[in-house]
Design a protein around this ligand. Structure first.
Ligand SMILES: Nc1nc2c(ncn2[C@@H]2O[C@H](COP(=O)(O)OP(=O)(O)OP(=O)(O)O)[C@@H](O)[C@H]2O)c(=O)[nH]1
Ligand SMILES: [Mg+2]
Length: 197
C-alpha cells in the first residue's frame, strides 16, 4: 500500500522488480537512473557483489509529479533473483504497490521464470495479497538473444493474468520506460480508486 503523508503532502509508492536471477532487474533500474539522473537529484543505491548479482536489493527514488496537490514519489526496488535469497525477497516486497516481473526470454530459462513467478505469488499470498489484484506488468527481457522464446510462448506460460506485457532488451534500454510507465499508471489508477490496468 502506498504511504500518504498529509503533513508534507507527499505520496510514496513502491515498485518492485521481481524475476529470476540474471534476468535483467538491476539493468532496468540502472537504465531508469541514467535517463532521470540529470534532471533529478536522485541516488541509486545498489548492493551488489563483485560479479554484479544483487545480494540484497537496488533502490532508486524518483519524483513523479503532483496528484491533486500531493507530490508523488516512486521508489524502485529490485529483489535478488537467486533462489537462496528468499528471506530478502520477502522483506523487500513488504508494502509494495506494483510489480514489474522481468522474465528472461531465453528458452532455457523458462523453468526459472516459472519458479520465480510461483515464488512471487507465494510471497505475496503470505502477506495477504492476491497477485491478481495488484498492478502487475510482465517484461520479456533479452529479446536480442538468439535462443529467445517466441512472444506467444512467453505469454502463454507466464502471463495467465492478462496483465500488460512488453518485450524488452533492457541492456539497450528497450522496453524499460514502457514497463515502468505502465505499472506507474496502474498504481495511480488504483490510488484514485480505480482498477489496475
Ligand atoms: N543480451 C542481453 N543481456 C542483458 C539484457 N538485460 C540484461 N542483460 C545482462 O544480463 C546480466 C544480468 O543482468 P542483471 O540486471 O544484473 O540481472 P538481475 O535480474 O538483477 O540478477 P540478480 O541480481 O542476480 O537477480 C548482465 O550481464 C546484463 O548486462 C538484455 O536485454 N539482453
Ligand atoms: Mg540484480
Amino acid at each position: 500500500m502506498s504511504f500518504i503523508n498529509h503533513n508534507t503532502k507527499t505520496i510514496h509508492c513502491k515498485i518492485v522488480y521481481y524475476g529470476p536471477s540474471l534476468g535483467g532487474k538491476t539493468t532496468n533500474i540502472r537504465w531508469v537512473y541514467q535517463q532521470t539522473a540529470s534532471d533529478q537529484k536522485t541516488k541509486l543505491v545498489a548492493l551488489n557483489t563483485d560479479i554484479e548479482r544483487t545480494l540484497f536489493f537496488d533502490f532508486l527514488p524518483l519524483e513523479f509529479g503532483d496528484i491533486r496537490g500531493y507530490q508523488t514519489r516512486f521508489h524502485l526496488y529490485s529483489v535478488p533473483g537467486q533462489v537462496i535469497y528468499d528471506a530478502s525477497r520477502k522483506l523487500i516486497i513488504k508494502g509494495l504497490d506494483g510489480v514489474i516481473f522481468v522474465a528472461d526470454s531465453q528458452v532455457e530459462r523458462m523453468e526459472e521464470n516459472l519458479q520465480a513467478l510461483q515464488n512471487l505469488e507465494q510471497n505475496l499470498e503470505a502477506q495477504g495479497i492476491d497477485i491478481h489484484e495488484i498492478p502487475l506488468v510482465f517484461q520479456y527481457n533479452k529479446r536480442d538473444l538468439p535462443t529467445a522464446s517466441s512472444l506467444k510462448d512467453l505469454r502463454f506460460q507466464l502471463n495467465k493474468f492478462n496483465a500488460p506485457d512488453f518485450e524488452a532488451t533492457a541492456s539497450e534500454g528497450k522496453g524499460v520506460m514502457e514497463s515502468l510507465k505502465t505499472v506507474s499508471k496502474s498504481i495511480i489508477n488504483v490510488l484514485k480508486g480505480g482498477q489496475t490496468l
